[in-house]
Design a protein around this ligand. Sequence first.
Ligand SMILES: *Cc1c(COP(=O)(O)O)cnc(C)c1O
Length: 374
Amino acid sequence: MEFIDLKAQYKALSNEINKAVLNVMEESAYILGPDVELFEQELAERAQVKHCVSCANGTDALVITLMAKDIGPGDAVFVPSFTFMSTAECASNVGATPVMCDIDLRTYNLDPESLEQAIVRVKEEGKLRPAAVIAVDLFGQCADYPAIEAICKKHDLYLIEDAAQGYGGSIHGQMALSFGDVSITSFFPAKPLGCYGDGGALLTNDDELAELFRSIRVHGRGEHKYDNVRVGMNSRLDTMQAAILRIKLEAFHDYEMDRRQEVAAFYDASLRDLFETPFVPAGYISSWAQYTLLLDNQAKRDELQKKLKEQGIPSMVYYAKPLHLQTVYADLGYKEGDLPNSEAASQRVLQIPMHPYLSSEDAKRVVTALRNAI
Ligand SMILES: *Cc1c(COP(=O)(O)O)cnc(C)c1O
């Protein structure tokens, strides 16, 4: 059994994907070919956002959001501590300072109260200028945007939705990739909407921001090709990846999202008497990038993972170390106990196999193994 079965997905879609990739080679427009713009339009339409600008990966997308606003040295970028490295790394990449905030232990997403406290603290200290907030849609579930958008408005902060894991999620019908001033996503193969390599995108309703993103991704290009008006980078989605993504986007909406819901509902019903299963607030829909169990403590979590392994069931720990305790950020002066929910999550979470090609038999095997282990 695979934790995320990309081979099964390829098998289901191989006829169409092979044809699309061959077509790109025959046309030989490898960089910013026709499929790139078509995919951008299709994704923007699905997310109900005006502009989609694709780029090389989700990390670049985050860096580009900050470059577009000239965020750099002296600026504070508020991020949750319990997330993938890129969410904080992008701030460091532009010379800004990531300010770590705590999460809500039920949703694993940025806790609006902790965010507001961090903003007030940074203002009082007067060393950094509060500039931006990056909220993450962790494990496929949107962050609390109603509350976070209000805080950003109150403090006049630029809000970025890190929806690298969020595609398919929604709040009261509003799709992930449509919150904040700009949203980014990643097409890393294991994400809910993945390609066959690296890829990413930025989505926004703001015309000026979209123009800036388009310029930055090709070396800060101006009106014409060899007129460079700002420092940019080289960050584009390959035509081949865009061609693959157009097929995967269709499959996602045809049946993959439904199948993700079926697997999650089965896990919920079969496990909730023995385990702390994921909490989805009313009005929220998760795309189940991960299905996360919360154990009582680290010893129990590690023991469960060992017992699953003995029964041939793969599992993962996302994320074993919160960002405020990472070696690279030792200089920022955080210590153990500063962000208790992020620390507790890193010690207590365990992710079990979750993907749209998980058979009912395999899902039952996972449940049986978990129940045996307890
Ligand atoms: C994967 C991920 C990223 C980075 O995406 P890449 O395409 O791998 O660069 C950023 N943020 C979060 C939350 C992620 O999970």
